[in-house]
Design a protein around this ligand. Structure first.
Ligand code: FE2
Ligand code: FE2
Length: 693
């Protein structure tokens, strides 16, 4: 790969924050990728006429959410002044609808591609669509392309007996002085395709089309499942779209209007009068999954073709064939995503996850190891300067998914069946049942029986997967999901990380209001959390339970701050992952963590968690944030019980957060007066979003 590409990648990475020393093996424990939101949507294709045209929003956010993320067709009028103003001035005579050829004459020696066409006699809405192959290409052989100079085009295009359509002309790369003629519509500025192609082979998908009246493009869908947009500098186009059921929608794109063409939507286009248009194909977060599945489909076609002809090709030759078939290949796609992560890290982490999990064999075969390493770092990094709720929401979605590979029992049953020890677990279950029934003597007998059957179970009551079981599983090459082995002794002596002002006054206000709303809508605190019935002078409201995950969906910035604090505590601000640390075996890294529970606690006078030996079983880290003014209560301080002989008080003010390894002993001193409220969030490797605990 080129030096420029390497340099660009390291530059791109400077804007991400790859700091994770604990994430050496992100591959083995990545959570599953959520279903992609960009399956083609044809619901827009109702015969409503005229097709609704809306004004472009200045930021493009509205279009990204409404059209790109749902892969829905759209037509827009650009804001005034248009971002295409310079192009309009350069290509048209002032104040008229005539083409001004000066710019083209000045660059008359430039070569342009021409496609012969047969004019459509009557623009009709009843012509049946031409047949397509399964990948959406027209079955008719493409007409032969020729090239000529711009001068020749200008001299002949109106008079030549054979008619040509000037298409796929790379305007800005062929004539650099045109680079300030326009900027893409704001919804299309997040483009990972064109900046990549520029570096990779100095190419792009940024085109000018110049079509005489009735010139046309036959039915097709755009290259490699890319999105495209098209702007008419001058002239009008008739667009016809066909969905998979054969339904058709058509409209006329007027001068000055922008069309967004979703990926994989078949269409044909006709110039109703002489038309100059600018269009780009591009790839962004919302279309990467579609592009990737198309590349994989094309690869299958290519390899079956190779087999049919009994060709002996190496990987590079195969990749070259793939590139000529669909414009991209596996290596290019992977590099494009890695490079794109420099500025679209939040969008692209998911696709890289897919590449590094489901498609890892393909990637390993075709991509340089160093780029795979970079990609692993990228998916393990937190967001770059998240600012808004939606940034945090994406971050939470990308880094802390609702599900985890590690099941609720931490894989204990799966390991047992792998080792042929399921009977020991059955005995253990019956022991637990007996204990619940208060038959302690019988329970003890059954526990002992279970341990005799499987001695490694001896630490099972300490929570999670016992260390012995884990060791046996690893020794016997068990490759299923396993809970991280927390070194409990090291956890007990590990340091607490303190963050002053983790949550702002506004965050706290919103959080308390949400807790109140949840309590009310659940029908009271005991319905929200039945454990409250047993609590004395204190209660906890579960604020992130399924199915609504209200903390995550309604206050993503608040949960995001907490989670990021935890990530930074684990990877940067503590020694937990170091040689003697409690999380030294935390190979899955932060991306394997899910939010187990988020609770807003209220302690009244006399309430507390007065238990020196309390710790949070099974979780990895716990975060506590004080929500009350220090002056609103007395007593009630957050403490850790150190070395089994003394409590250390961690002075916390309103908004301060503490993060600690969950197996560390911690407690809340009795509240002597007033009311103390706090947020408690536990992160673990089990299934995310379980109700209660
Ligand atoms: Fe197209
Ligand atoms: Fe706790």
């Amino acid at each position: 790969m080129s030096k420029e590409l390497d340099a660009a990648i390291s530059l791109a990475l400077q804007s991400t924050t790859p700091h994770s020393t604990s994430i050496n093996n992100a591959l083995s424990s990545l959570p599953p990728v959520p279903p992609s939101a960009n399956t083609p949507e044809f619901s827009c294709l109702t015969p409503s006429k005229p097709f609704p045209k809306t004004a472009l929003s200045p930021s493009g956010t509205a279009e990204r959410l409404k059209y790109l993320n749902t892969n829905t067709l759209g037509v827009f009028t650009p804001p005034s002044p248009s971002t295409f103003q310079n192009a309009i001035e350069a290509f048209t005579c002032e104040g008229s609808s005539q083409i001004d050829t000066t710019f083209f004459r000045n660059n008359g020696t430039c070569t342009v591609p021409l496609y012969p066409f047969t004019p459509s006699s009557t623009p009709s809405s009843t012509t049946p669509p031409k047949p397509l192959d399964p990948s959406g290409r027209a079955l008719d052989p493409s007409p032969t392309t020729i090239t000529c100079t711009l001068n020749t085009w200008l001299d002949t295009y109106r008079t030549s007996p054979k008619q040509y359509y000037l298409k796929d002309f790379h305007l800005t790369s062929s004539i650099p002085s045109s680079s300030n003629f326009y900027t893409p519509p704001s919804f299309a500025i997040h483009d990972i395709l064109n900046p990549f192609l520029k570096l990779y082979n100095n190419s792009d998908y940024k085109f000018l089309y110049w079509g005489p009246k009735l010139s046309n493009t036959e039915i097709h869908s755009d290259v490699c499942s890319t999105f495209s947009w098209s702007f008419n500098v001058i002239g009008r186009k008739l667009w016809k779209f066909y969905d998979d059921r054969g339904d058709k929608l058509e409209f006329i794109q007027e001068k000055g209007e922008v069309v967004f063409v979703p990926c994989d939507l078949k269409h044909e286009v006709e110039n109703l009068e002489e038309t100059i248009s600018i269009n780009h194909n591009w790839i962004t977060g919302a279309s990467t999954s579609s592009v990737w599945s198309t590349i994989k489909d094309e690869l299958l076609e290519v390899t079956s073709e190779i087999n049919r002809w009994n060709l002996e090709l190496d990987i590079e030759e195969e990749e070259e064939m793939l590139r000529s078939a669909c414009g991209l290949n596996v290596g290019m796609f992977f590099l494009m995503c890695v490079l794109g992560c420099g500025y679209e890290v939040l969008f692209l982490r998911n696709i890289i996850r897919t590449l590094l999990t489901e498609d890892i064999e393909l990637i390993k075969e075709r991509c340089p190891q160093k780029y795979i390493k970079i990609a692993q770092t990228i998916i393990a990094s937190p967001p770059t300067n998240p600012r808004s709720d939606s940034d945090w929401a994406r971050y939470l979605q990308n880094s802390l998914l609702e599900r985890s590979d590690v099941p609720d029992d931490f894989g204990l049953r799966a390991v047992a069946s792998h080792l042929g020890k399921s009977n020991a677990l059955d005995v253990l279950d019956s022991a637990t049942e007996l204990e619940c029934d208060g038959k302690f003597k019988d329970a003890m007998r059954e526990y002992n029986a279970a341990y005799r059957l499987w001695p490694a179970l001896d630490s099972v009551l300490a929570g999670g997967l016992p260390r012995g079981v884990r060791e046996e599983a690893i020794k016997s090459s068990y490759d299923g999901p396993l809970l991280t082995d927390v070194d409990v002794a090291a956890a007990r002596s590990s340091q607490v990380v303190v963050r002053r002002g983790l949550l702002s006054g506004e965050d706290i206000e919103l959080l308390l209001r949400l807790a109140g709303e949840i309590t009310e809508s659940d029908g009271g605190k005991d319905f929200n959390n039945p454990e409250n019935k047993t609590h004395v002078n204190k209660y906890a409201i579960m604020v992130n339970d399924p199915p609504s995950y209200r903390l995550r969906t309604e206050l993503p910035m608040v949960l995001g701050k907490v989670v990021r604090f935890a990530e930074q505590s684990i990877t940067r601000d503590s020694k937990w992952c170091e040689e003697d640390g409690p999380l030294k075996d935390f190979e899955g890294g932060c991306s394997s963590l899910t939010v187990r529970v988020a609770e807003v606690w209220t302690y009244a006078e006399g309430g507390g968690l007065v238990d020196n030996w309390h710790y949070d079983t099974d979780s990895i880290v716990t975060i506590v944030c004080l929500l009350s003014d220090r002056g609103d209560f007395s007593g009630g301080s957050f403490q850790t019980y150190e070395n089994g002989d003394r409590n250390i008080e961690h002075g916390m003010e309103k908004g301060d957060g503490v993060c600690f390894v969950s197996h560390k002993y911690h407690n809340i001193a009795k509240v002597e007066g007033g009311q103390r409220r706090s947020l408690v969030v536990e992160l673990w490797e089990g299934e995310g979003g379980k109700k209660g605990r």
